[in-house]
Design a binder for this molecule. Sequence first.
Ligand SMILES: NC(=O)c1ccc[n+]([C@@H]2O[C@H](COP(=O)([O-])OP(=O)(O)OC[C@H]3O[C@@H](n4cnc5c(N)ncnc54)[C@H](OP(=O)(O)O)[C@@H]3O)[C@@H](O)[C@H]2O)c1
Length: 297
Amino acid sequence: MHLVVGATGPVGLGGEICRQLRAAGRPVRALARQTANADRVAELARIGVELVHGDLKKPHSLREACRGIETVISTASMMVSSQKGDTVENVDGTGQTDLVDAAEAAGVRSFVYLSFSQHIDRDFPFRNAKRAVEHRLKQSRLAYTILRPTFLMEVWLSPIAGFDFGHAHARIYGRGRNPISWISMYDVARFAVLSLDTPLARNATFELGGPEAMSPLDVVRIFEEAGGPRFQLEFASEDMLAEQQENAPDSLQRSLAGLGLCYAAGDVIDMTAILRSFPMVLTSVREYARRVLMDPM
Ligand SMILES: NC(=O)c1ccc[n+]([C@@H]2O[C@H](COP(=O)([O-])OP(=O)(O)OC[C@H]3O[C@@H](n4cnc5c(N)ncnc54)[C@H](OP(=O)(O)O)[C@@H]3O)[C@@H](O)[C@H]2O)c1
């Protein structure tokens, strides 16, 4: 039995991992909060996922959830889907390290953790939490797989991050000229599932990107060529983001600014070597653009 923590969010990486595992006939349990979106919870139940109530802020619920589990896969984060009482520190920080503790105590064999790219490396709370969890996991008795994707198309090329293709309006962080290896969350989910059966993934960390690196301004051009109207652009300057990363009143705002600065700096990931061990065809930005323009989220 695999436990997925983070299966109920609006972006959907954890939910997609559940779907791919169930499609392969594998038993899956998902941790859901009392406040989780009811439709997403119902969909998980419909595909045969066993549901257990819990919250990363409540360690006893994690111990219950881990009982009888072989592998924990944690994609949870409060960055996009925070509820009252959530902070970067108590969800992405201690919440996740408590989950590692609970998995270890319950005799879980392995743990797949969704972190992010090594190039997201400025000093801000979310990045510090991710690296602290990686560190705790590596020190545990669990076999670990750390997945470090770069910027997800479904977040940074979507209205969630101000890339509102439905209204042809895009917020660009920085000047928009530095390339990023945008990756689809469907492909990240595939890596997570394949890593369960790949010996090379045992005690390994993988940087993950899409099939090609391109700048945000190139992405806008691709959306326009794919049939969208001409985009209106709004630029969040690096000076403004740096000021926000320093002085914003809470750790979420400081972290969002830190992420914006890392996006502005670009993040290129060469996937040649990893695709030899994980043979798959990665989604391109052009394919993503066609999909979302045909069927807006
Ligand atoms: N966005 C990017 O570009 C990017 C890049 C690299 C890596 N990642 C990582 O990818 C992972 C998945 O991201 P996503 O965008 O798919 O997330 P998402 O859709 O926002 O889902 C987040 C999940 O975490 C759960 N969660 C939040 N706080 C919780 C708590 N206190 N206890 C239990 N569960 C809690 C949410 O539950 P509720 O439904 O109850 O809120 C939800 O199921 C994250 O770890 C993220 O850091 C993202």
